[in-house]
Design a protein. Sequence first.
Length: 153
Amino acid sequence: MRFLLRVPVPWVFVLAFLVGAGLQRLFPFPAWPAQALRIGRIAGFVLLATGAAFASWSLLIFHRARTTTTPGETSEALVTWGPYRLSRNPMYVSLTLAYVGEAGILAQAWPLLVLPLVVAYLNQIVIPLEEARLWEAFRERYEEFSGKVRRWI
């Protein structure tokens, strides 16, 4: 399974979205009413902007802590502030929000149907590996943190 980790997580989201967009092109959903399109696009911009802001904030915190964002690598610091008070994985939450926002902006349903595969991949492969590395590096501090803060939200 480690070969799957060679693809950076943001690219997993991009590739999944492209698969969904391809399916949307091959098997289009019926046209949406104009009002639904407008609401979907507005909500999409809000979600995309929120996801981008939280992703940037999360990355900035990791950069300042001088720790890795690469799954499987050992972290130099246990980050527990900022968006990490709300989620142990705010970068993945951010990418998910941005993904859903993009689907709303483009009025595409297929990418949303592909998204659960990405979330399952994160939950079953990526996050358990990261959590094991964090536990190895920080033991009790990580147990305390994971007892207080949820994996997603």
